[in-house]
Design a protein around this ligand. Structure first.
Ligand SMILES: NC(=O)c1ccc[n+]([C@@H]2O[C@H](COP(=O)([O-])OP(=O)(O)OC[C@H]3O[C@@H](n4cnc5c(N)ncnc54)[C@H](O)[C@@H]3O)[C@@H](O)[C@H]2O)c1
Length: 326
């Protein structure tokens, strides 16, 4: 069976690619490398069942020119498109809203148009808790109206809507997976990634955006990929909409900052920039409902705190930053 992973060179896409190859599947990975790297695909590129195409999914002519002929030459149909290509830099979308329109919405629109012509009938779509906006109630799949507070969340919600609409005529099935904060090795963004980069430049002072009291749920990337595959295999719905996340209320940013300092082994002073949120579109606290996924039969093994601890060690080791330890 052959799969297409859009955003394959990114953080989560590369782990998913490794997992699908490990299950004996053929994988065509697509990425324009605007944020992902070929280094993330080091293992996959050595596998004869993997093919990598560097192309921009926001450009229909690039899809026609490169993707269509590559899939024709594959000799077997694509069973499922796993769509993870998107803008993952929320601040970039605040500075220029066209970034999310192009990399999040148009990649979804163009992939769906391509799938219609190519006869690919199944999609797994990487969505986000950011579609819920800022609410104080438990975020479950049934609640609404959904009013995102970031361009990123808005373009993900709009993408969910067109994936759903495509199920009426073109798609046999779509799994819409709403991720929490995902952490782990090969990370390309997020609090742990930022803190490590800052400490690599300055071991005395660590600037933390906000007041440090933001508390969010975290899931290790290995568990996220498990859950995506589980939903793809077992969800019975034509439009399968699932939150994926830990079963606790998360970890505070201040604890993450201290954990990173401890791992690096320096004595940096933490300097909070103040306010209850770090940036435009930051949702400082939310309660994430994962009961629907538990009922389907998947539960995470690790808590948010354990996922963060493991990921700090993985990302620090990737950068060689643990060598600061005496
Ligand atoms: N990491 C998280 O915490 C998190 C949380 C919620 C949702 N998500 C979603 O999961 C998916 C993967 O996120 P990630 O953390 O791995 O981010 P990432 O930036 O590492 O991966 C996204 C990949 O998409 C590629 N891409 C972007 N625009 C493209 C385009 N126009 N054409 C081709 N490729 C393009 C990038 O180069 C990158 O490799 C994204 O859709 C993201 O929105 C991630």
């Amino acid at each position: 069976m052959a799969m297409l992973v859009a955003g394959a060179a990114g953080f989560i896409g590369s782990h998913l690619t490794d997992r699908l190859l490990g299950a004996g599947l053929r994988v065509v990975g697509v990425d324009n490398l605007c944020r992902g790297t070929e280094a993330n695909l080091a293992a996959a590129l050595g596998d004869p069942r993997f093919q990598f195409l560097r192309l921009d999914l926001s450009e229909p002519h690039e899809i026609e020119k490169s993707l269509a002929p590559a899939l024709d030459a594959l000799g077997e149909p694509i069973d499922t498109v796993w769509h993870l290509a998107a803008n993952s830099d929320i601040a970039a979308g605040v500075a220029d809203p066209r970034v999310d329109l192009r990399d999040t919405f148009m990649t979804t629109f163009n992939l769906l148009a391509f799938m219609r012509v190519a006869g690919c009938r199944k999609m797994v779509f990487a969505s986000t808790s950011a579609v819920y906006g800022e609410r104080s109630d438990l975020l479950t799949e049934e609640i609404g109206p959904l009013l995102p507070i970031s361009q990123y969340g808005a373009m993900k919600l709009a993408s969910e809507a067109i994936v759903s609409a495509a199920c009426e005529a073109d798609l046999e099935r779509a799994c819409i997976c709403r991720f929490p904060n995902v952490v782990g090795g090969r990370g390309t963004h997020g609090a742990i990634f930022d803190f490590l980069n800052k400490l690599a430049r300055d071991r005395e002072d660590l600037e933390v955006l906000g007041d440090g009291r933001q508390r969010k749920p975290y899931l290790h990337v290995s568990e996220l990929v498990d859950a995506m595959v589980f939903i793809w295999l077992h969800a019975p719905e034509k439009r399968a909409l699932y939150n994926i996340g830990p079963e606790d209320d998360g970890v505070e940013v201040s604890e993450i900052a201290q954990g990173v300092i401890d791992e690096v082994g320096c004595a940096a002073r933490i300097r909070y920039t103040g306010r209850d949120r770090g940036w435009v579109g930051d949702v400082p606290r939310f309660a994430y409902g994962v009961e629907k996924l538990a009922k389907l039969g998947w539960r995470p093994r690790r808590s948010s705190a354990a996922a963060v601890r493991t990921s700090i060690a993985e990302l620090a080791a990737e950068r060689g930053l643990t060598c600061f330890k005496s």
